[in-house]
Design a protein around this ligand. Structure first.
Ligand SMILES: C[S@@+](CC[C@H](N)C(=O)[O-])C[C@H]1O[C@@H](n2cnc3c(N)ncnc32)[C@H](O)[C@@H]1O
Length: 240
């Protein structure tokens, strides 16, 4: 019998923010495919869950996904498409051998997660496969909590956008919405700070680094932060 595939959100870093369901399903699956952004780096998702779930009797297989921009409605970079396809085929082989397979992913799978691209690729090859998405605590909620502020209240309009896209798109978004969450800011902070200054929004912005982790930092000095090397787990919330 074919195994079941689970994309499992493991939360933003604090092991206590991993759900009971995520822990139970990870314990149940004998095979885990863990995503990595760098070929020679570690898997963040694995590091988060390893504090809670016993990894010793698991078959843990690493998958490398190159970090490239993906524009919806356009073909992905061939290197990225190849990585999705290779991941789907490797997962499929385990499922067809009868194993339940987990794909742990940072935060919530519904937010900029490779898990969904892999799922889509898998279902294109084998539409009949049993696939389940297990939600997790997102870094959006964890970052807002760290900053001690809501993301939206009343009739506020909230938008989430990767800060890596061009200024025109970011400017338009910052002008139109009440709260803007800028993800993936770590390499583009000088540009983000320039734009926020131009729009007179710098004092409405907060930078949260490594939310929910023991080394979490909440910063209002975005201009100073822009001249520093920031961690990949950095998010800016702009609330007007
Ligand atoms: C590819 S997205 C994944 C988001 C994830 N699926 C989620 O639900 O949080 C990666 C971005 O999420 C944000 N992020 C992830 N973990 C974070 C954390 N602990 N603190 C602050 N931002 C974080 C950063 O903006 C990072 O560049």
């Amino acid at each position: 019998m074919t195994g079941q595939f689970y994309v499992v959100g493991v939360g933003p870093g604090d092991p206590e923010l991993m759900t009971l369901k995520a822990a139970r399903l990870l314990e149940k699956c004998p095979v885990w495919f863990v995503p990595k952004a760098h070929r020679d780096g570690d898997s963040t998702a694995l590091a988060i869950l390893a504090g809670t779930v016993d990894t010793r009797d698991k078959e843990i297989l690493e998958l490398h996904f190159p970090m490239k921009k993906i524009r919806m409605g356009e073909e992905p970079d061939p290197e990225v498409a190849t990585a999705w396809r290779a991941a789907a085929e490797a997962i499929l082989a385990k499922l067809r051998a009868g194993a339940d397979v987990a794909f742990p992913t940072l935060g919530d799978p519904a937010i900029y997660s490779t898990g969904f691209y892999v799922c889509d690729t898998l279902l294109k090859i084998a539409p009949e496969l049993p696939v389940a998405i297990v939600p997790g605590v997102s870094s959006l909620g964890a970052s807002a909590a760290a900053a001690g502020q809501p993301l939206c209240l009343g009739d506020d309009r909230l938008v989430v956008i990767p800060a890596t896209f061009e200024n025109g798109r970011l400017r338009e978004t910052l002008e139109q919405f009440d709260t803007v969450v800028l993800m993936k800011v770590h390499r583009v902070m000088p540009r983000v700070v320039g734009l926020l200054t131009e729009l007179d929004l710098l004092d409405r912005a907060v930078l949260v680094e490594r939310s929910s982790r023991s080394d979490q930092r909440v910063r209002r000095d975005l201009a100073a932060a822009a001249s520093e090397e920031l961690h990949y787990f950095s998010t800016v919330i702009v609330r007007k």
